[in-house]
Design a protein around this ligand. Structure first.
Ligand code: C6P
Length: 402
């Protein structure tokens, strides 16, 4: 894998900030976009722009075909059985709100089980949903390394939650959860499973049939695709039974003042005009990923994380938050006596972009008794040299702040 060749496909990386070369290590928030993705979206607006599923004319038919092709590409990428099991949304957050609302109407759930390491997007929709139905949110705990307590998880399953929602990869701790086993156990106790794949799609191979999850949600912008596009995979048997999430054009079959019948899958869940250009960009991002040797990419990203952790560990007062043996993509840390925000602000001036704060996972910070962390998150285009710049910047900033 030639990282320099890959970097050339990301022009945004080739710039200086505050007179220093940009070292972009905030990929868990959003990845940069390769030229092919930018050009695909641009081409759509230059040559193909049209509303879809409604026009008899040439451009509309072309745009419809391209959009449905993008859906087929996503289905293939996650190994869904059929393209109609893929619903396009704005991203993970919208997918989870769709599921919480629609499954809420269908099941009136009294209990939903999540894990202690969820992003707010995989917590608040379920919390609000069970509140609506007078139910309870159950939370499976984790240990001090950020590893889920599987025994406690199974014990909570015995309380009979109708839905279990779990992060595939934690955005604060980097933990890769044993989701296949978690799904198997949840099914054994009769629960529906929802996997938050926001932090896994770019890094790990996804096979929804092998996982046997009922739903899997993701965001395009975290996997080299444009913002404003993402989706959900759902088993047909569930999607068929679920009521629509939003109402309006596209998602209907027939409408009168008295009654509306709804469109077939997946259109039942796609009310209004979708972000066609971004969906085509997502398809190109998937093709970009598929052209890479994904095993080599995973090895490269693991090496970046491992090296960063080894070198950062030599800094006085360093404490890693999240030390699970199974991890992916990022390192989170704090340094004794230094606020993460101060550290992040200083290393930004040295050209190093990291994220600081609670990373939309406040309960994780509460669990570890800290205000937030500094998080460096990696992508295929990052280099070992950039890891060295990070480590030196953190060291200098820590010395200044102490
Ligand atoms: N995490 C981060 O910096 P959206 O914003 O809808 O694309 O994704 C929400 C989301 C859901 N689940 C997980 C595990 C996530 O990491 C995210 C987004 C970003 O960590 C922005 S807060």
């Amino acid at each position: 894998m030639d990282v320099n060749e890959i970097r050339r496909q990301f022009p945004v990386l080739d710039q200086q900030v505050y007179g220093k070369p940009l070292v972009y290590l905030d990929n868990a928030a959003t990845t940069q976009k390769p030229l092919c993705v930018i050009e695909r979206e641009r081409d759509y607006y230059l040559h193909e722009n049209c509303n879809i599923h409604r026009g008899v004319h040439y451009l509309s038919q072309m745009a419809t075909e391209a959009y449905e092709n993008a859906r087929r590409t996503v289905a293939r990428f996650v190994n869904a059985k059929e393209a109609r099991e893929i619903v396009f949304t704005r991203g993970t957050t919208e997918s989870l709100n769709l599921l919480a609302t629609s499954l809420g109407h269908l099941l009136s759930p009294k209990k939903v089980l999540i894990t202690a390491m969820e992003h707010h997007s995989n917590l608040v929709p379920w919390q609000q949903m069970v509140k609506l139905y007078g139910g309870e949110l159950l939370v499976a705990p984790m240990d001090d390394n950020g590893v889920l307590d599987l025994q406690a998880y199974e014990d909570l399953l015995k309380q009979g939650p109708q839905i279990v929602a779990m992060a595939h990869v934690s955005n604060t701790l980097a933990t890769v959860n044993p989701i296949k086993e978690m799904i198997r156990l949840a099914h054994q106790y009769g629960a529906i499973t929802v996997v938050d794949g926001a932090q896994s799609m770019a890094h790990l191979p996804i096979d929804v049939q092998d996982l046997d999850c009922d739903f899997f949600v993701f965001s395009g912008h975290k996997m080299y695709a444009p913002m404003g596009i993402g989706g959900l995979y759902g088993k047909t048997e569930w999607l068929e039974k679920m009521p629509p999430y939003q109402f309006g054009g596209e998602m209907v079959d027939t409408v009168s003042f008295e009654k509306t019948t709804f469109n077939k899958l997946p259109f039942k869940f796609e009310a209004g005009t979708p972000n066609v250009g971004a969906a085509l960009g997502l398809e190109t991002a998937i093709q970009f990923l598929e052209h890479l040797d994904r095993a080599a990419v995973a090895e490269h990203e693991d090496l970046l994380v491992k090296t960063a952790m080894e070198k950062l560990a030599t800094i006085e007062g360093m404490r890693f938050i999240g030390q699970a043996p199974e991890r992916s993509g990022l390192v989170s840390f704090i340094i004794d006596g230094i606020h993460p925000y101060d550290l992040g602000t200083i290393i930004d001036k040295m050209g190093v972009a990291v994220r600081t704060g609670h990373h939309c996972a406040e309960p994780v910070m509460t669990r570890f008794g800290i205000p937030g962390t500094v998080r460096a998150s990696f992508a295929v285009y990052n280099t070992l040299e950039e890891v060295d710049v990070l480590v030196k910047a953190v060291e200098r900033a820590a010395n200044m702040l102490r």
